[in-house]
Ligand binder design. Sequence first.
Ligand SMILES: [Zn+2]
Length: 447
Amino acid sequence: MRLKRAATPVEKEEIRTPAKRRGPQVFPRCAPGENTRAQSARMRSMKNSFTASLERIVQKNADEFLAFALGRMPAFVTGSSSLGGQPAVFCYHDIDPERFEAQLRRLAEEGYATLDCEGLDERAGSSVRGAKDVALTFDDGTWTFYTFVFPLLERYDVRATLFVIAGLVPEDDSVYPNLEDVWEGRASAADLEARGRAQPLCTWRELEAMHASGRVDIQSHSMTHSRVPTSSRVIDFFFPGFPVETYGNVNIPLPAGDDPRAPLRALPRGAPIFESASRMAAIPRFVENAEPVNALARHVEEAGGDRFFERSGWRSELGRLWSGSAGRQPGRFESDAEMEKTILWELSESKRLLEERLPGKTVTHFCYPWFQGSATSDRLAGRAGYRAVHYGIALPRDDDGAHALPRRIQRISEEYQCRLPGRERTSLLEIALERIGGSLRRFRGPK
Ligand SMILES: [Zn+2]
């Protein structure tokens, strides 16, 4: 069961990436002229993806159901007519520009102010009666931020925080158009979509420009956004079309032998995918032995590479092989000291790198990848110089108030922004229906 609990925030992030921009991995479509056998293999793969997607949707909602059940949702979400003197902190990943603009319009009409991290720090510990403050935070630094969010922030005169994966920011000097260029007639909507395909993350050049504008508060989302295997339990095998994510293969847990400071997360076909969690969850990493993994990869190559995956029961076949070859000595666990060293590196090095690249910047807030942190990571974040750490809706269970520094910030999905006090509040039922609709649309796969 630990796997499912650990996987919740992971899938939450993954599933929010718009299907049309995810690349062709998740729902393989039949190529022209494909034979019936290959088609049926693809159908099996689709069925597997369908089941996995269904699980993800259940997992994605589990934390929120729990928060509602335990009364941990901010009161305004469930109907209160005020924010209770506290800022509401919203979490975004990729955005739809029309929807985002409608949100900004409503914030302006209702008189809400937007806070960056410094603003959140100033408000910490104090309750301001009648305050109407929100913070808009964006994880990962994907292309939609520079392309759509930044020009809209300018247009509506608001501020936002962008948590970037410092070690994945591309060195790319290309000048990409954004929404402002479309407004000015210098680019088309098709040009913007093309950029998303060409470069899925904001570049250093773009981060520098947004930092210089004074409107975007750039903070850390780690160096590598890594997951690590947490046991020898195999949950799948790497197959052609495995959903790796469109940047940095971040859905793949770090394989042994990969460089944890600049991971490629490249796996041979047939390699086991282990039960995993975010590096920052501070669960000791399982480091698998190379030989049994290589044996699986060799088996797949000798059976025709991609064609191996057209066989019915290929997962069971690899499973049997893995149990046989890795059964006695699958690998080892890292020590607590090794674990803390790499966690501290993710914290300190991302802060150092962002401060080096962005003149005058002091990085003071850290956002946990996959929404997974822990008391250990919080302690190390404090040691690395962070004043606050950002989670999702669920805070660690050991949240006993003993963590004065760094402060833990609970964030809620941007979907609840329409519950902010004011006119035209959307009902919770409408939000739920929209979410179910969105999930069903994703089943249809990439367009
Ligand atoms: Zn993230």
